[in-house]
Design a protein around this ligand. Structure first.
Ligand code: NOJ
Ligand code: CA
Length: 510
């Protein structure tokens, strides 16, 4: 069962290089995050996920780790990160780091050692074939780069050689079984890294490509799951409050191997993206929350969600996200009003929600050239827009020194402007999150049930909630049993037979 503090957790994802630059070098940093903790608190978030902030050549924005135990100098020092943990804890905020267990950078000392022609203790830390001329069938590999006569397997980009956790079924002499001492050593090395940061105050990890450990695993990822269960045992024993959130995209599976939460990701037929952007089979965007969706149908999301919810209820949490550093920002397809309804829904659902920095003010997806292996993802990684001053308050550096340019639009949203506007998206986010914190029925564990698909009406504990994203007013015949609206967006009127929802409205009845 998941750690108790998750019951009321709302996460804020921070892409550190773009959040707040405290020393004017144009790159966001750890002290910058520490400085902004009050802003995060006032938003209603009480937990952080920070994308990789470790030493790296940054060919994949830090997902290519060169030293797992060292903060990248551009972000500060290990002491800065420990001060962040400490300050955050004093304010009631937990901090998750990003663990990349599937691969390292090609510049990691383990990999450098494993490339040597002579024997080293790291010969089997990565997946090497036994001949320079032979590649690993069915896997991406690189040859011709090392003194060693063999080719090595990749986990993602060319700069990210796959760590060796063994093979479920070994077919070639160079494939080691998962219980080979050298494969166990890889797992133990990951545990050692986790312990290093947990001992220094971090509260757990978001786990990158959690399903990717064992190659040619079976459909149920049996061998990879066994590794996570082993890691979970260590956490349960030595760090019972520590949490793990998987980048797996299969909550029933991820939760069964000891993850507290798993993200509801894209790529599934009835996927998450259908809420915020959905072009499948349509010329026009058919996102559920888009006012003019040509064929709105929440079932495209719910058929999978409800099934997963049923399967995971007593095991941990599904995490719905506004977006992340790999996906389009929701503002790409939705207006501010549409975003208010979408967030009202996402933040009143069961499980543990994640808000990506800047989505609270509706930052735009920018058309930017690729940076650090970002490609089309780069547009969702631009600097946080704090205020109206230089670089929108992100940094005092010259604009050409910025990690990425800030949104050049005249009406670029900022925290400062939206703080002053009672109708802003930021204020709506704050009031929904405030409501979530004040009512246990809106938090992670309380029961959830669909009452009506169109308009969408659902129950959380004793509360009834409803959302009408369309431009038509709609009537709902449901006995509210005397419940009254305690929160609304737009106009909602109760009647003897139920209630009426005006165009683009949302309500919570208590
Ligand atoms: C998933 C991460 O979210 C993404 O940003 C990264 O490029 C890949 N994993 C590889 O680590
Ligand atoms: Ca900086």
């Amino acid at each position: 069962m998941a750690a108790g503090w998750l019951k009321n957790a709302v996460f804020y994802e921070i892409y550190p290089q773009s959040f707040y630059d405290s020393n004017g070098d144009g790159i966001g940093d750890i002290p910058g995050i520490t400085e902004k903790l009050d802003a995060i608190c006032s938003l209603g978030c009480n937990a952080l996920w920070i994308n990789p902030c470790f030493d790296s050549p940054f060919k994949d924005a830090g997902y290519d780790v060169r030293d797992y135990k060292k903060v990248a100098p551009r972000y500060g020092t290990n002491e800065d990160l420990m001060l962040l943990f400490h300050t955050a804890h004093k304010k009631g905020i937990r901090v998750l780091l990003d663990l990349v267990p599937g691969h390292t950078s090609e510049e990691h000392p383990w990999f450098r050692e494993s490339c040597k022609a002579e024997k080293t203790p790291y010969d089997n830390r990565y997946i090497w074939t036994d001949n320079w001329f032979r590649g690993a069938t069915g896997l991406n590999y690189v040859g011709g780069e090392a003194e060693r006569s063999g080719t090595y397997v990749l986990n993602f980009f060319k700069c990210q050689p796959a760590l060796n956790y063994g093979f479920l079924r070994t077919q070639e002499p160079w494939q080691l079984p998962c219980d080979h001492p050298d494969c166990i050593a890889t797992r133990e090395a990951m545990k050692d890294i986790m312990r290093f940061w947990l001992d220094r105050g971090c509260d757990g990890f978001r786990v990158d490509m959690a399903a990717s450990l064992v190659k040619f695993d079976d459909e149920k990822n049996t061998a990879t799951s066994a590794i996570w269960r082993n890691i979970r045992e260590m956490l349960d024993r030595d760090y019972p409050e520590a949490v793990l959130v998987a980048e797996w995209g299969d909550p029933p599976l991820a939760l069964s191997c000891g993850f507290d939460m798993d993200f509801y990701l894209n790529g599934w037929k009835n996927g998450y993206s259908t809420l915020l952007r959905d072009y499948e089979g349509q010329e026009e965007d058919n996102s559920f929350f888009r006012a003019k969706a040509p064929a709105r149908n929440i079932r495209r999301f719910l058929d999978t969600y409800e099934e997963w919810y049923r399967l995971t209820r007593d095991k941990g949490y599904i995490s719905l996200i506004t977006c992340n550093h790999d996906t389009l920002r929701p503002r790409y397809s939705l207006t501010y009003r549409e975003l208010k309804l979408a967030y009202a829904y996402l933040f009143t659902m069961p499980g543990v929600p994640f808000l990506y920095y800047g989505d609270e003010i509706g930052m735009r997806y920018l058309n930017l050239p690729t940076k650090e292996g970002g490609y089309s993802r780069t547009g969702s990684r631009s600097p946080m827009q704090w205020g109206n001053g230089k670089n929108l308050g992100f940094s005092t550096a010259d604009p050409e020194l910025l990690y990425l340019p800030v949104d050049p639009a005249e009406d670029a949203p900022t925290v400062q402007a939206q703080e002053k506007d009672p109708d802003s998206l930021l204020q709506t986010v704050k009031s929904i999150l405030h409501l979530r914190h004040s009512l246990e029925d809106l938090q992670a564990d309380s029961e959830y049930e669909t009452l009506c698909d169109s308009p969408y009406v659902y129950r959380r504990g004793q509360l009834i909630l409803a959302v009408n994203p369309s431009l038509e007013e709609t009537e709902v015949k449901i006995d509210l049993n005397g419940r009254q609206p305690i929160f609304r967006i737009g106009t909602v009127l109760t009647s003897s037979s139920g209630f009426r929802l005006e165009a683009q409205s949302f309500a919570v009845f208590q």
